[in-house]
Write a protein that binds this ligand. Structure first.
Ligand code: NVA
Length: 371
């Protein structure tokens, strides 16, 4: 080992100017630095009951049969090319782009009582939550994602050394008590059936959306009340987490349901958000146009509403899927500047521009935007 190549944390700390490289309070302030996921090496995860409630109809048997095998090479290659296009667009718009370090997803790992193989590092939005200068490793509920944060460790170490906060929620054991295999039969009348139990705190970052001091959360098949409460106490009194429920019987990740675009502008899924949530009083509620993704296009892990999963570069510029003309037209009508990017092949892997990114730094300070 070349010891001289290693810089100690203390030495790197001295190289910083005291400001944090991590700073993001909203979904819309001027984007300066972003992590964009990598799809290379993506595999169908080891089968587990927690996958079942959120996979599109018809995919359950595919996932059961293909468990542990790579996704089709041509799908990965087309998605990889679209990610490169996305990166070039972001850089041309003045954003610094960072990438994770892919891990070998065929490795078997586990904890007492279970073992699994991995999935990918394509969706940083699920794994890490940035609130202000704090970058938080989330307690993911899918066993296949237990060590997914590893792909981001080099970046997190760097950000920490340069002055960011670096937190991790308690690592759940993900034993069988964490999941209810009879989730539908056991759901209390009037509640949405969820496969994840309240055994230990779990959450994916993508079940939260940030509007300054106010953070909107949903319970889902990966995010439980225990997890939301952990985050509430971790963030403290400066933030208010609002728990909302939507007309979604298979919830997982809020960013194809409710997407704040800019102060006063809320993009909503018209099938899932039937009334404007009271906390958005005074905001315009903009119904997302019906998706146009053809039935023949493979979507392994999401509904077609992935068309709403856009990324704001500031209060005007928005990255939108190039073939999604209804969304491009709607964005123009609402006063935004859409920037088209091919991404439909990436969509097959369960996300679009918001899922594929983590906004590390946006210009801005902590503000209130809601009533
Ligand atoms: N689970 C959501 C996608 C979230 C990005 C859906 O399938 O619509």
């Amino acid at each position: 080992m070349n010891a001289s190549a290693i810089t100690s944390p203390a030495e790197e700390q001295r190289e910083t100017d005291g400001t944090s490289p991590v700073n993001s309070y909203t979904e819309w302030e001027l984007l300066e630095e972003v992590i964009v996921g990598v799809v290379d090496g993506a595999r169908f995860p080891a089968w587990h009951v927690a996958l079942e409630p959120v996979l599109p109809e018809g995919q359950v048997t595919t996932f059961q049969r293909q468990a542990g095998h790579p996704f089709p090479a041509e799908c990965i290659e087309l998605a990889r090319q679209e990610l490169e296009e996305f990166v070039h667009i972001l850089e041309a718009e003045g954003v610094t782009v960072r990438r994770p370090t892919p891990q070998d997803q065929s490795q078997v790992f586990g904890a007492p009582g279970w073992s699994s193989t991995g999935l990918y590092c394509a969706m940083p939005r699920d794994v890490l939550l940035v609130v202000g200068n704090d970058i938080i490793e989330c307690p993911l509920a899918w066993r296949s994602r237990y060590f997914e944060a590893a792909a981001y460790k080099p970046l997190m170490k760097e950000y920490f050394r340069q002055g960011a906060r670096w937190s991790a929620a308690p690592k759940p054991q993900l034993t069988d008590e964490q999941f209810d295999p009879e989730w539908e039969a056991n759901a209390k009348p009037g509640t949405i059936p969820l496969v994840v139990t309240e055994f230990e705190p779990t959450f994916d970052a993508a079940d939260f959306t940030r509007c300054g001091r106010d953070i909107i959360a949903q319970k889902s098949n990966v995010t439980n009340e225990f997890g939301i409460e952990w985050l509430r106490r971790h963030l403290g009194d400066e933030f208010h987490i609002h728990l909302l429920e939507f007309n979604d019987t298979h919830p997982m990740h809020i960013d194809a349901t409710l997407v704040p675009l800019a102060p006063g502008k809320l993009l909503v899924n018209p099938e899932r958000v039937l009334e404007k949530p009271a906390i958005f009083k005074g905001w315009d509620m903009l119904p997302a146009p019906t998706p146009i993704i053809p039935d023949s296009h493979p979507l392994y892990m999401t509904s077609k509403w992935i068309n709403m999963n856009i990324l704001m570069l500031d209060e005007q510029r928005v990255i939108v899927e190039r073939q999604d003309e209804p969304m491009i037209d709607a964005m123009k009508k609402w006063g935004f500047k859409p920037i088209p990017c091919n991404f439909r092949n990436f969509n097959s892997f369960g996300g679009s521009f918001h899922c594929a990114t983590l906004d590390v730094r946006r210009r801005g300070t902590l503000q209130s935007y809601l009533v």
